[in-house]
Design a protein around this ligand. Structure first.
Ligand code: T5A
Length: 210
């Protein structure tokens, strides 16, 4: 494979259907014949998975601790998984990345976008996504979808206002650099969402695989 390896991220509020969307993305990349790995945040490698456990299942965490741990896990993920794979020509598809920190910690926790930008510059630097698939959904619909899943984790237990701020932060971030985003109306049926993702990838193919 001669093309540059690409970094694709998948974002959205709770229950937006990212896990479901990932299946469609895998099929597209298989069809394109690219070598890729799928990973996730927080997590994606052993130390980051340990931090994920603290993040999702601690009884209480201060918002600033949450931000620092997200970026600590992200640094391990970048250094040990994302960078080495991209360097050897393997595409990386990550279920969540730095936009989740802008949305959840910057917006949801009200820490502001400035401090997240500082951490983004410090930790992520130029390891930015080539394409971010934003599964856009009203929080009411997403939360309803995950209700039947049983025990909610620490973040899922937040109130509706928190998730409204997240949705808005994602939309605001996408507006700053629209060409980097594929915004999918995730409130539609499985069939329509799948078709929207396929169309979005087809329209970006030339850019991703010149
Ligand atoms: N976080 C993460 C931060 O706060 N900051 C950060 O920097 C980062 C990286 C991760 C948590 O960490 C936070 C965000 C999260 O709160 P997680 O367990 O990885 O936690 O959770 P999520 O990434 O939110 O994953 P979810 O499983 O909750 O959501 P998905 O993957 O978006 O949804 P999915 O695909 O599992 O679908 C949910 C349900 O909806 C149905 C599915 O069948 C499923 O039952 N569904 C649909 N139903 C109808 N129509 C459709 N089109 C549907 N699509 C899916």
């Amino acid at each position: 494979m001669t093309n540059k390896a690409r970094f694709i991220t998948l974002e959205g509020s709770e229950g937006a259907g990212k896990t479901t969307a990932l299946k469609t993305i895998k099929k597209i990349l298989n069809k394109w014949g690219v070598d890729y790995i799928c990973t996730r945040e927080p997590g994606g490698e052993p130390n980051a998975e340990k931090i994920r456990e603290i993040l999702l299942h601690s009884e209480h965490l201060h918002a600033k601790t949450e931000l620092l741990l997200m970026f600590a896990a992200r640094n391990e993920h970048i250094q040990n998984v994302i960078k080495p794979n991209l360097a050897k020509g393997v595409w990386v598809v990550s279920d969540r990345f730095v936009d989740a920190s802008y949305a959840y910690q910057g917006g949801g926790r009200k820490l502001g976008q400035g401090v997240v930008k500082w951490m983004d510059d410090f930790i992520v630097g130029d390891v930015q996504a080539d394409l971010t698939v934003l599964m856009d959904i009203a929080p009411e619909i997403g939360l309803e979808r995950i209700k039947s899943r049983g025990q909610a984790d620490r973040i899922e237990q937040e109130g509706l206002d928190f998730f409204h701020r997240i949705t808005q932060s994602y939309r605001d971030k996408a507006k700053l650099n629209p060409s980097k985003y594929a915004i999918i109306d995730a409130s539609k049926s499985f069939k329509i969402v799948k078709q929207s993702i396929i169309s979005a990838f087809e329209s970006k193919k030339q850019e991703l695989m010149p």
